[in-house]
Write a protein that binds this ligand. Structure first.
Ligand SMILES: NC(=O)c1ccc[n+]([C@@H]2O[C@H](COP(=O)([O-])OP(=O)(O)OC[C@H]3O[C@@H](n4cnc5c(N)ncnc54)[C@H](OP(=O)(O)O)[C@@H]3O)[C@@H](O)[C@H]2O)c1
Length: 429
């Protein structure tokens, strides 16, 4: 039986899950592939720390992995940008294939890593970096290769989806939803990367690069998180037949332009993504041949993530270590599409204006919207139950350009009738 030696960089949540899964599946993998996988070295920050699994070969010196010619595949599970990026490049240069779960390093340095890997004939696999255990990368790379993908729309962050689900179903505040997510272990101790949409944008960056074979820089993606979402807006969405989700959207505009954005959006309750609740992830896409398709499953957690990592290791063993020609995880050649600015995007909008109740308030708001070519689909006013002099005007617009919405809202925010800033939530049908 062929033996393949592996090194892990990091043995935290995911690394521990991978060690456990490999122990559980070892015999099955050997029967299916004829390959025996052996974890030879594990790099950690603190080699004296007590581990949850029995492991050997622990080290805190990367040279023990770089200099070991017997190690064919290294799995980067440290996270963050540095030293993960430098280690990945050094591992490739020392002749190893790399598997990583690190969406941050791929979003920032994916094309640099790919260029170096391609130059020296090594592979970088990253199935677990998006939607963890749900095999979206392999499906786009291979299963959907014959398609022209025109739309990707995803719920790619379990923490924010869990919070929005609890707000919508239990009526709890965003902060309480976050506390629950932390108690159940979904959220990071510092959840800003989840809440501000940054984690979702990293994953969209990876998906868009692969689906459209283009280089995407983090600054190309308009990114807005969920911190501005209030219970009031969740209730209003429900009343209008929508739910609010943090969406990652990549949409082709004509043949050569692309819209890339992450923001909370109202989607109809009947949309396939509306049924994705709690910590689950989903990716909805449109391909010219397959039509609509949706992937759904657990987008985080040690074992789902380990499942995707182990599949990458096995694919590397059965393909790259055996054959010289195979389909890389990165495009062979990058194409070009102009990524349009957020100001150029066009969308339906829900607008909420917190106002002081005075005659003619709706008229004033409607006039300014009209001056900016924004047509109103429907408008209602309601009073705050206890404080009768205060209220909200809710407006649903027809399709309007983002730049016009911004200008109109900035004008309305300056009116003396406003008791707070207007809330803007885009609607995806
Ligand atoms: N957790 C998930 O559900 C999930 C899902 C998908 C993808 N991911 C990705 O998987 C990766 C790992 O996540 P995780 O949750 O397993 O992280 P984690 O629990 O924080 O583990 C990080 C590991 O890296 C080691 N490490 C940190 N800095 C190091 C350094 N400078 N040198 C050597 N070792 C270092 C740590 O060593 P010590 O143990 O000695 O501290 C620890 O073993 C990240 O890129 C994350 O985004 C995670």
């Amino acid at each position: 039986m062929k033996q393949v030696s592996i090194a892990l960089l990091g043995c935290g949540q995911v690394g521990t899950g991978l060690v456990k899964l490999l122990q559980q599946q070892r015999n099955f993998i050997e029967r299916r592939t004829g390959i025996r996988l052996r974890i030879k070295r594990i790099l950690v920050r603190d080699s004296a720390k007590k581990r949850q699994v029995r492991i050997s070969g622990i080290t805190d010196n990367i040279r023990h992995i770089l200099d070991d010619k017997d190690i064919d595949i290294a799995v980067e599970l440290i996270g963050g940008i540095e030293p993960a990026r430098s280690y990945i490049l050094k591992l490739l240069q020392s002749g190893k294939h790399v598997v990583t779960a690190n969406k941050a390093v791929l979003a920032h340095y994916g094309s640099e890593i790919q260029e170096i890997a391609q130059r020296i004939g090594r592979e970088v696999y990253y199935e677990s970096a998006v939607c963890a255990g749900v095999p979206v990368i392999r499906s786009i790379k291979e299963g959907l290769l014959a398609n022209r993908i025109s739309l990707l729309m995803g719920i790619l962050n379990g923490t924010t989806n869990y919070i929005l689900s609890r707000m919508s179903e239990e009526g709890i505040s965003l902060n309480n939803g976050l506390k629950q997510a932390q108690q159940y272990g979904f959220a990071e101790p510092d959840p800003a990367i989840d809440l501000q949409g940054i984690d979702t944008a990293h994953k969209l960056n990876i998906l868009a690069s692969l689906s459209f074979a283009i280089k995407v820089r983090p600054q190309d993606i308009y990114t807005e998180g969920i911190t501005g979402i209030e219970l009031e807006d969740i209730k209003n969405a429900n009343e209008f037949g929508y739910v609010i989700k943090l969406l990652a959207i990549a949409r082709e505009i004509g043949r050569n332009k692309l819209e890339l954005k992450v923001h909370p959006a109202m989607i109809p309750k009947v949309h396939p993504l509306a049924a994705v609740r709690n910590e689950f992830n989903a990716l909805y896409l449109h391909g010219n041949a397959v039509g609509e398709m949706m992937f759904y499953g657990k987008g985080a957690g040690a074992m789902p993530t380990a499942s995707a990592i182990l599949s990458d290791i096995i694919e590397l063993c059965t393909k790259s270590l055996t054959y010289s020609h195979q389909l890389s995880h990165f495009p062979n050649a990058w194409g070009h599409k102009r990524i349009i600015s957020m100001d150029e995007t066009v969308s339906l909008h829900y607008l909420r204006f917190p106002i002081v109740d005075k005659p003619g308030v709706i008229g004033k708001i409607a006039t300014i919207l009209g001056n900016h070519n924004i047509s109103i689909y429907g408008a209602t006013a309601s009073l705050v139950p206890v404080k009768k002099a205060l209220g909200n005007v809710r407006v649903l617009t027809k399709k309007a350009k983002e730049s016009e919405i911004k200008r109109a809202i900035s004008e309305i925010n300056r009116l003396p009738i406003m008791r707070g800033r207007a809330v803007i939530i885009r609607i995806e049908e």
